[in-house]
Design a protein around this ligand. Structure first.
Ligand code: PEP
Ligand code: MG
Length: 950
């Protein structure tokens, strides 16, 4: 095996450069490009590409795995790989690149020698499979053709050799069928329907009922079908078979389903697929033969236990298709103890070598074990976290690797809703239980059912419905429907079936093999013992337990505390982020990684934020507290006040409740900073709806009702007076505070009274008062001294001497960012309000842009992403970067954060690390995601300077 595979990456780059830039000597004869490598040639490939990453790129995941196993002495059937470079050359011209076919034939000769068999010979025939394999695995998306090398003559030879005509005819019909469907794109139905008809005619239930004569008869009809649909006879020339199969695999890279898959998984279209030509070994040679697939750890839960299935006397696709009932892998120890021991030994070695959970395919031919594939197994979010943490604890990988192996999205998926247990019990009592299948991909999904992928996709995309896709089983062509669906339900197949594998990969809750469900595709309905659901009906699918219910079941967010492995992983992430000098920076700038704070308005949110690991509150939007039903009338009275005294009286009524809110926040965040933003929205938002009020006034006038009319008219006039054409750019934020300072004066008093009370109770309070929507430093010059005076007064009144607090501002207006050096002479901290900053930098309304044009902009490539979700680095991001640098020139200890929605987005978090933020602040639910993202970027840019141009 490759012992230093991962260590050579750096060298690789250097080597690659040398190889490319080396001038070609004129005299030397032009060396033929190598398009084909035998499995045992892996060292040459390493030399050519310079790294294991390069080997994977050239030979694909499957090819590099087979080569690596061959080198390690694992029993792999002899074979070779046609490179991805050959595929890319083929895709450009539509024909094999010069020399490739000859190299393929030469390699075949070597394989003939190794196996002692001959391709196309009736005496001792060599059969091969032709398998796709890209750098990143795309399960089932591209083509594979088995049993290449059979023709009418070879069939006779094989019968003589094996004495097993049943096996031979079955293998031949498989070849013709696969050739038709994969090389010539015929519909599966073209072969499946006549086969089902044949079986029904004979009264057979399963394939194993078929005799040699039956398969032979089917071969004749398959040949006829082939001729009818393709226009010529099934090729008897075995080399033609190999050529067509190789081309078909190359071409399958561009198949729609492969393209859809790449879109969904961000795999580049440029990579191309390799083609692996592998000597056929047969699991269907009798009951001393078999075939199976297995994962070295449980891909659903992460449990450290081999999980897999096998079938005796069967070929690979029989296991995956779920047509026959498979055996659990542990039973192999009874059927074939020797093989089982060898299998466990090899897979254990493979896992230790690749230092990751492996997904293997194997075949046993007459008692001899052959490994056909090993690759890092796809897994659920839950399993990803458990395997990463377990492997770090087993010292198989480092803690840093464990942290890097889990994507922030996986953490998000783990905190996704689950069905409430009580609600499930109630549903069961109410008779809504429908079926139970295999819990293939965890999570709760509620949606309307559709029975084919196209409709499922259409309903989800065009009609914005929550969709559950229901099928007897899924095929690669169904992936687009699955991706669009909230959940997937199948009546056939097991934990390794196509539906299960794909759903796990995309984090879609999925139940498979709910075998008592009868699906009537024609009438678009399904039923279990008379209970039925038709297309469009709601169901609830629990991928965690495998249960399916009719109707909708409520869901709730799972607790983080119960997920011990995730807690451990996040603790490691925090340790990484907290390392000193993980960022190099000038004095005053942060040199540790990012902290993660949370946006929280109420004590209960703050408590959740703490339990999710937030190290501070980055934004408390105080106006939310004004909307409480018992407070709103007082707020409205305050707004309608005709004198300052009247306004102050109303505010004095509000003060105790504001103080109580802040008290709760400080208590929940004991020892951690709490940023409280002073009132921000325009006042009309607190007033009754103008149109509704007008309707009431008009109705009263028409009906001649006078009681209360004058008051309503006065209110209406007031609301009209507050009207602005463009309120988001109007009287709000600091502008409102300057025109009506009483409100913020009350708020600051409430903040410091609460802070002092808490401090006196022994709570460590660190209040930070945030002034929103600053555009010029003059605004701060005007308002801030009034507020700091109140803070000092309150602390003196309460007799609290030592309490650290800050006054700072939000940077939401481009002008504030551009004049940051001046703003920072007053502000002790900046918090980027990137919702408004994006709105104002682009000039796009944050409330309307998505609905009106943003989706089109992204689709048309005018914008790479929605800038309200992912920071626009070139514009908004650049403003932030210069604002931080300028701000710290006048105030070197300036604390910098972000509290817009971007604070929970991994890509935006990366930018915040690079430009020198101290922290990011996001919704409490995103805190775990952000903690992991912060550690990822810290590791990615470990020790790099903030000042370096990015
Ligand atoms: C912002 O503008 O990014 C922000 C956090 O403030 P709000 O969303 O309340 O306007
Ligand atoms: Mg804002």
């Amino acid at each position: 095996m490759v012992s230093k595979s991962r260590k050579v990456v750096r060298k690789a780059v250097a080597k690659k450069t040398v190889r490319k830039s080396k001038p070609t000597t004129r005299k030397a004869a032009p060396k033929q490009r190598k398009w084909v490598y035998l499995f045992e040639d892996v060292r040459a490939v390493e030399k050519y590409t310079g790294s294991w990453e390069g080997v994977r790129g050239l030979l694909g995941g499957k090819g590099s795995g087979l080569a690596d196993m061959t080198r390690a002495g694992v029993p792999v059937p002899p074979g070779f790989t046609v490179t991805t470079e050959a595929c890319n050359a083929f895709r450009k011209t539509g024909s094999f690149p010069a020399g490739m076919w000859k190299q393929e034939l030469d390699a075949l000769k070597v394989v003939e020698k190794k196996t002692g068999k001959k391709f196309g010979s009736a005496e001792n025939p060599l059969l091969v499979s032709c398998r796709s394999g890209a750098k990143f695995s795309m399960p089932g998306m591209m083509n594979t053709i088995l049993n290449i090398g059979m023709n009418d003559e070879v069939v006779q030879g094989m019968i003589r050799l094996t004495g097993n005509p049943r096996f031979v005819w079955d293998s031949y019909r498989r070849l013709i069928e696969m050739f038709g469907t994969t090389v010539f794109n015929l519909d599966d139905e073209v072969f499946e329907r006549p086969m089902a008809g044949y079986k029904a005619g004979k009264g057979y239930k399963v394939d194993t009922d078929m005799t040699a004569e039956d398969w032979k008869a089917l071969v004749s009809s398959f040949k006829e079908i082939f001729r009818k649909h393709v226009g010529f006879d099934f090729p008897q020339d075995v080399y033609k078979q190999l050529e067509l199969a190789t081309k078909a695999v190359f071409e399958s890279w561009n198949a729609k389903r492969a393209q859809d898959y790449r879109r969904a998984t961000n795999i580049s279209d440029d990579l191309g697929t390799a083609v692996n030509i592998v000597t056929m070994v047969f699991g269907n040679m009798g009951f001393d033969s078999g075939t199976g697939v297995a994962f070295t750890r449980n891909p659903s839960t992460g449990e450290k236990k081999m999980m897999g299935e096998y079938l005796l006397n069967a070929q690979g696709e029989d296991v995956v298709a779920g047509i026959r009932n498979t055996e659990q892998i542990a039973n192999l120890s009874k059927n074939m103890p020797g093989v089982y021991k060898q299998f466990m030994n090899i897979t254990g070695k493979l896992e230790r070598h690749y230092r990751d959970m492996q997904d293997v395919e194997f075949t046993i031919e007459h008692g001899k074990l052959w490994m056909l594939q090993t690759r890092n197994g796809k897994r659920t979010a839950k399993s990803t976290v458990k395997i990463a943490v377990d492997m770090a604890n087993e010292k198989l990988i480092t803690k840093e690797e464990a942290v890097l192996r889990v994507s922030p999205e996986a953490v998000d998926a783990l905190l996704h809703p689950q069905f409430e247990e009580r609600a499930m019990k109630d549903a069961e009592k109410a008779g809504s239980f429908f079926s139970k299948g295999v819990n293939a991909s965890p999570g709760a999904a509620v949606g309307q059912i559709y029975f084919d992928a196209d409709t499922a996709e259409r309903m989800a995309k065009e009609h914005k419905q929550d969709v559950i896709m229901v099928r007897p089983f899924t095929k690669p062509d169904d992936v687009h429907g699955m991706i669009a669906a909230k959940g997937v339900l199948t009546s056939e197949g097991g934990a390794t079936s196509h539906a299960a594998v794909v759903a796990r990969q995309f984090g879609i809750p999925c139940v498979v093999g709910a075998s008592n469900i009868e699906i009537d595709l024609e009438h678009r309905s399904m039923s279990v013992n008379g209970k039925a659901a038709k297309e469009g009906d709601w169901i609830s699918v629990d991928g965690t337990t495998g249960q399916v219910f009719l109707g909708k079941i409520p869901t709730s967010a799972p607790s983080l505390e119960e997920q011990t492995e995730l807690m451990t992983l996040l603790k490691w992430a925090d340790e990484i982020s907290a390392r000193p000098n993980i960022r190099k920076a000038p004095k005053g700038w942060p040199t540790r990684g990012l902290q993660v704070w949370a946006n929280a308005d109420y004590p209960k949110d703050a408590r959740r934020a703490r339990s999710y690991g937030a190290m501070g509150i980055g934004l408390c939007r105080t106006e939310h507290m004004f909307f409480e039903p018992e407070r709103l009338p007082i707020v409205q009275r305050m707004i309608l006040a005709e004198s300052s005294a009247e306004r102050t009286a109303a505010l004095n009524e509000l003060l105790p409740s504001q103080r109580k809110d802040f008290d709760g926040l400080f208590e929940a965040m004991d020892g951690h900073p709490v940023i409280i933003r002073l009132i921000d929205p325009p006042l009309h938002e607190f007033m009754p709806d103008e149109e509704k009020l007008l309707e009431e006034v008009v109705t009263m006038r028409v009906k001649g009702e006078t009681e209360g009319l004058a008051a309503k008219e006065k209110l209406l006039n007031h609301i009209r007076a507050l009207h602005e054409s463009n309120p988001m750019m109007g009287l709000r934020g600091v502008r409102l505070s300057i025109t009506m300072p009483e409100i913020v004066e009350m708020q600051v008093r409430a903040i410091f009274e609460a802070a002092a009370d808490c401090a006196l109770r022994g709570i460590v309070v660190k209040p930070e008062v945030m002034i929103p929507l600053t555009g010029t430093v003059k605004e701060l010059e005007w308002i801030q001294p009034r507020l700091t005076r109140i803070a000092a007064e309150v602390l003196a009144e309460k007799g609290v001497k030592k309490l650290s607090y800050k006054f700072g501002t939000m940077i939401e207006i481009p002008r504030a960012a551009v004049t940051a050096a001046e703003v920072a002479t007053h502000a002790e901290f900046f918090s980027f309000g990137t919702n408004d900053l994006t709105q104002m930098t682009f000039g796009y309304s944050r409330d309307d842009a998505e609905r009106n044009f943003l989706v089109t902009y992204v689709e048309q490539g005018i914008l790479p992403k929605n800038p309200f979700q992912t920071l626009d680095r070139a514009g908004v991001g650049k403003l932030m970067k210069t604002a931080i640098a300028d701000g710290r020139t006048t105030n070197p200890s300036l604390e910098v954060g972000i509290c817009g929605e971007h604070g929970g987005d991994p890509e935006s978090i990366e930018w915040c690390h690079l430009i020198g933020n101290n922290y990011v602040s996001c919704s409490p639910f995103r805190v775990p995601v952000a903690r992991l993202a912060a550690a990822h970027v810290a590791l990615k840019y470990n020790g790099k300077s903030i000042a370096e141009d990015k």
